[in-house]
Design a protein around this ligand. Structure first.
Ligand SMILES: [Co+2]
Length: 225
């Protein structure tokens, strides 16, 4: 029972979508995925559950961490590995990513209107939500804290190469950097370049190499994890 309540608290936080009750009012309509009231209700419920000793805030952190770092991005990694190894799937993915990832069983809240963008030798893609934190949950899980930060949201557009450098990614001047601004009506997953030297690897092995950051565009996939 206690565990179920914790999950409920987590699910309620998740449903709030782009965070910040008050902030939502100032946002473009495209980024508001639920009525402002929902975020307030979640906060109120959390406060009551905490006050009554039914949830322990510290117990929620590992659950959030699990979705942010483990469960979520592993789905996206499977999508990338399949795109690298299955030409027909790859084609469908770039035509309609929402439908293609549904073939693997991924979909649900914050998962509609998914667009896959392809990194090539000539183009590097970077994803941001300039106004809030729109993010494709079914394939990437919950957005990392830095993704929601004002610094990332503003600088990713103004100085994408500078931001990439801070993530340890140096993109040659000859490669175009494209920045995609997410919204509730369009969310993105970057399909990174398959590293050289992985020709013999299975899709499952390849998926192990794919990092969350590489699917946001702030990382590159290396042949050795
Ligand atoms: Co947003």
């Amino acid at each position: 029972m206690r565990f179920q309540i914790r999950i409920l608290g987590f699910a309620l936080s998740a449903v709030a979508g782009c965070d910040g009750g008050d902030d939502n009012r100032a946002m473009s309509r495209n980024h508001v995925t639920v009525p402002t009231g929902a975020a307030l209700r979640v906060k109120a419920l959390e406060a009551i559950l905490e006050e009554k000793g039914l949830i322990d805030p510290a117990a929620l952190d590992p659950i959030v961490d699990m979705y942010e770092n483990k469960v979520g991005p592993r789905n996206g990694a499977r999508v990338v590995a399949k795109a690298w190894t299955d030409a027909a799937f790859r084609k469908r993915l770039f035509e309609d990513a929402t439908a293609a990832v549904a073939e693997l069983g991924y979909g649900g809240p914050e998962g509609g209107y998914l667009v896959a963008v392809e990194n090539t030798a000539k183009v590097h893609n970077l994803v941001v939500c300039t106004l809030c934190s729109c993010y494709p949950w079914p394939v990437l899980g919950l957005p990392p804290v830095w993704y929601k930060s004002f610094a990332y949201r503003s600088r990713a557009v103004r100085d994408p190469r500078g931001v990439l450098k801070e993530f340890g990614v140096e993109i040659p001047e000859s490669v175009e950097v494209r920045v995609w601004d997410s919204s509730a009506e369009q969310r993105y997953i970057v399909i990174p370049m398959r590293p050289k030297g992985t020709e013999q690897m299975s899709a499952a092995q390849l998926a192990e190499l794919v990092t969350r950051d590489s699917m946001i565009g702030v990382g590159l996939v290396k042949a050795h994890a």
